[in-house]
Design a protein around this ligand. Sequence first.
Ligand code: AMP
Ligand code: GLY
Length: 435
Amino acid sequence: MNILLLGSGGREHAIAYKLVQSPYCSALFIAPGNAGTANCGTNVALDPCDFPALAEFVQNHQIEMVVVGPEAPLVAGVTDYFRSRADLAHILVLGPDRAGAQLEGSKDFAKQFMQQYGIPTARYQTFTADTLNQGMAFLDTLKAPYVLKADGLAAGKGVLILSSLEEAKRELRNMLLDAKFGTASAKVVIEEYLSGIEMSAFAITDGKDYLMLPEAKDYKRIFDGDLGPNTGGMGSVSPVPFADVAFKQKVESRIVRPTIDGLRLRGIDYRGFIFFGLMAVPSPDGYEPYVIEYNVRMGDPETESVFPRIESDVVTLFKHACQGTLSQTSLSIDSRTAACVMMVSGGYPDHYQKGYRISGIEQVRDSLIFHAGTAFSADGGIVTCGGRVLCTTSLAPSLREALAASYAAADSIHWQDKFQRHDIGQDLLQIVETN
Ligand code: AMP
Ligand code: GLY
């Protein structure tokens, strides 16, 4: 079948890499893609949120399946658009409709949902400008650190973790009265701080059944030792050594199953990925999973270590999810460890330059390279065009070997002011090697 993949990051390159391995993929188009996805299919200069333009392309190129990478088109209703037009309703779209996408698009919706279905998450309350005083009083009942979350999408920046009560009160006022995050902070969720280890779990669902994809851990801060500002993600590792069978059973029974049942009970026809951002909180009984956030798409850079571990045919998998027949299939997963090291533009996540020539990619033989922010220059060379530029992913029998291979590959790639973390996976190595 002909497939259209929406998005342009490392996540989309990793999905494209798997899609074109399938004998069922006759042609792959990526809108808009990057210099890496151009090796997997044809990049098309379309905005993933311009639905009429996507529809025209789909009709002109006999596309049978649309795979949605990022959240923006989902929250804006790309799936609703295709389902609502009679001439497009036969096209399979992998990704929830607008109602389902609220799990990510509104923190308040997600918290209410979890509360209603008894899904473990931090205690919380939601406030608006009209209830600012109650918000201040709620902060008085909590202990530091204080967690404030803008309700809507704020480009990954809408969560503040503050160590003092005064600061928390000042920021609450900024968010509600001074629109610190624009309309995204017209409502603010205040929640209890959970202390533990963060990790990401992923399910693909057809709205009734689900299959778990491999879990992963990502590294969000810019500097070694988890210091400095948050980024989109500086690397990832899959599997996560402390996520043993008992922990994963708790995740499925307390979180994944109730989430999918809750969506169905609310009449939401959810076909796509669910990303569970988890906090594993230590207890006498091992780790207890809590949901920090839902996303309605795969993680980036988690996909760059999760997808290379999927051995099954992903076109078949995606088709079953879209057609409501996921119970007829299963997943085969590579037992090796995948480690991904992201390389970024100097200055990221603040100000950075674009357009630097990238060299050394062709020297990498034993690792995968997934492009995130790359483009072609006029002479056909590859240049930087984003904060996160590209990553190396390696599969190996042990985490130590996978990390060594990804770092060796990263060392042979160059551009001006290239930056990367040097401690991806080190925390997990300690867990693996002390057990
Ligand atoms: P979110 O966008 O909801 O994933 O939040 C961004 C980051 O803030 C998360 O990845 C966590 O590191 C942190 N965070 C969010 N909520 C909490 C919480 N309740 N307790 C501790 N850390 C949190
Ligand atoms: N890596 C975190 C995310 O994709 O949101």
